[in-house]
Ligand binder design. Structure first.
Ligand code: SF4
Length: 170
């Protein structure tokens, strides 16, 4: 597999993209066109820069302070093969993984056969924040999400119980 992933950027240590000190990778490329999107520069599939995934992973290995990684966007599910690889390697390090997407959890499950890496990525993340950003339902008071139609989902429990189970952020 080509080990390069296209990112619009990254944050080395973030406290606001999930619990604890996290490394955040912003995927480049998004089709959702949410009105009021704050990251329009991440929409083009040719923008951003290519990063070698093994180098990104070794940098996390060398930083024991990093307990979690967040995949943000853009939409990481547009590069699900690459983010699956990253997620599987990060799980070997016991890293907690959160992922944002403009797709709904139900769509990701339904289309899993067609988009073969969607299920693989889902199975290797802990928490999914799903759905398009809706500026009419946006609030700065919301923790970890931009608008209240988006859900913070406990992926492992949801897959196990075959029903949507929200993650308790308190
Ligand atoms: S999914 Fe995210 S990056 Fe894509 S258009 Fe919506 S808010 Fe912007």
């Amino acid at each position: 597999m080509d080990k390069n992933i296209r990112l619009s950027g990254l944050i080395h240590e973030s406290l606001v993209n999930g619990p604890g000190i996290r490394r955040v990778f912003f995927s480049q490329g998004c089709k959702h066109n949410c009105h009021g999107c704050f990251n329009v520069e991440t929409h083009s599939f040719n923008g951003g820069n290519l990063f070698n995934m093994d180098e990104l992973l070794s940098d996390i290995k060398e930083n024991p302070m990093i307990k979690g990684v967040t995949f943000s966007g853009g939409d990481p599910f547009e590069q699900s093969d690459k983010f699956s690889y990253m997620a599987k390697e990060l799980k070997k390090l016991n890293i907690n993984i959160w992922c944002y997407t403009g797709y709904r959890f139900e769509n990701l499950i339904d289309d899993e056969k067609e988009k073969c890496h969607w299920g693989e990525l889902l199975r290797n993340i802990d928490v999914l924040i799903d759905g398009k950003f809706d500026e009419n339902r946006a609030s700065e008071d919301l923790k970890y999400r931009g608008s209240d139609n988006q859900r913070i989902i406990d992926v492992k429990k949801s897959l196990e119980k075959k029903e949507l189970i929200l993650f308790d952020i308190e």
